[in-house]
Design a protein around this ligand. Structure first.
Ligand code: HGY
Ligand code: MN
Ligand code: MN
Length: 409
């Protein structure tokens, strides 16, 4: 058994929270100064835990066990959304750190090798799942050359400022890992509604993100008759209304979700008929075929809108993220750990949030476990989980590691 140290676990979560603390939340976008500082802190903690730590050429912090033999890789991310919470991502990384330390201390299981990863830029500041994509072997050259954040900062410049440009990328070592385990907060309300404390994740949704641009004719807001206006915002609003109707019909019987996360208007003055507008649309589903249906419906809506006075164009932004099924053996290892430590207080469930686990799933047997988010809130400073649930989750993750490696000793 791996006996985790609850106080040390909570202490390190609270230490990490200080990097970019903003009220109860955390603002630590990928490769920002606070993010880079937090990675050096994490590498230091990994070294103290007996791991060989490095920060790689894309910003991932990897702590590699010095034990011989096959390892379990425990990971998640420590970068946050522009306004984020203190547990999204950091939970799984600090669980990994604590489990690695505790395994080394419990001499009965000292031979257990646990690697720990804090993937770079899961949240898509520059390009989502950046670190886990690089680790999984993707050719990062195009992304390294082109990616910019919303402020126009290039990924290349951010990595150079962090002093990482000449650091090698850490890549998956064939044969080293028997599994990838990503503990995470649920970021939704299913566990609370079901009065359960552990979620055993069965599948993870895929994502598509599109920018839709509307081009009309900027003009005087007082002297331009309504009949001849080419008002880009009027075009955007009727497009959005039509999209909601079509997507609502397509979503029947599916887990489909969507939202327009950002709208921009130019020039944005009350006395000017807006000549340009754009919206950012994101939609998710656990089924790739449904994602394709929604993409075709979007293209049809754009074609239909172009019959009117406004020019409408769509372009995919950021990488499409494919849905993923978790590995059935890993699911069972987590489920039996949950049943042992939280009998009848766990459920199997899909993930409505995306995670690095879906990038690794095609390359390693992958599994995730969730702990509850109070009020189902996440991607918000109010994101929180009780300390009891945080500690229980780490115990279940440690037990799951033993179950996973038990089959490989
Ligand atoms: O948006 C997501 O699902 C993840 O938290 N980045
Ligand atoms: Mn997130
Ligand atoms: Mn996350």
């Amino acid at each position: 058994v791996i006996r985790i140290n609850a106080d040390r676990l909570l202490r390190d979560l609270k230490e990490l929270r200080k990097f970019g603390a903003s009220g109860p939340g955390v603002v630590r976008p990928a490769l920002s100064p606070t993010d880079v500082q937090s990675r050096h802190w994490l590498a230091e903690r990994m070294e103290q835990a007996g791991l060989a730590a490095c920060i790689d050429g894309i910003g991932t912090v990897l702590g590699r066990s010095r034990q011989a033999g096959k390892a379990v890789l425990i990971g998640s991310h420590t970068d946050t959304q522009p306004t984020g919470g203190w547990l999204d991502g950091t939970l799984g990384v600090v669980y990994g750190l604590e489990i690695a330390r505790a395994a080394a201390e419990s001499n009965a299981v000292a031979a257990i090798a646990v690697d720990v990863a804090a993937w770079s830029d899961e949240e898509g500041e520059f390009s989502s799942h950046l670190g886990s994509r690089a680790f999984s072997g993707e050719d990062m050259a195009p992304t390294l050359a082109e990616a910019r954040n919303r402020q126009g900062r290039s990924l290349a410049e951010a990595l150079a400022t962090a002093g990482l440009t000449d650091h090698p990328l850490t890549r998956l070592e064939p044969g080293r890992h028997v599994a990838y385990l990503e503990p995470h907060i649920e970021q939704g309300g299913r566990l609370e509604a079901a009065e359960r404390r552990i979620g055993v994740v069965t599948s993870i949704v895929g994502i598509r993100e599109y920018k839709v641009c509307f081009v009309g004719q900027q003009n005087h807001a007082g002297t331009t008759p309504m009949a001849i206006r080419k008002d880009a915002v009027a075009g955007l609003l009727s497009f959005a209304a039509a999209l909601n109707g079509v997507f609502t019909r397509l979503a029947e019987g599916h887990d489909t979700v969507w939202n327009i996360g950002r709208i921009a208007v130019s020039p944005g003055a009350p006395s000017v008929v807006p000549g340009r507008a754009e919206l950012l649309l994101q939609f998710r589903d656990t089924d790739t075929r449904q994602l394709r249906r929604l993409e075709r419906a979007l293209a049809d809506l754009v074609e239909e809108a172009n019959r009117g006075p406004i020019g409408v164009a769509m372009e995919m932004i950021d990488q499409p993220v494919e849905p993923a099924e978790m590995d059935v053996r890993i699911i069972d290892c987590i489920a039996s750990a949950a049943e042992l430590l939280a009998p009848n207080q766990w459920i199997r469930m899909p993930s409505g949030a995306c995670h690095d686990a879906q990038i690794l799933a095609p390359h390693l047997p992958a599994g995730m476990l969730f702990i509850p988010s109070i009020g189902g809130i996440s991607h918000d400073p109010a994101e929180d989980t009780s300390e009891d649930d945080i500690v229980l989750g780490c115990r279940v993750a440690a037990e799951a590691v033993c179950n996973i490696l038990h089959g490989h000793r």
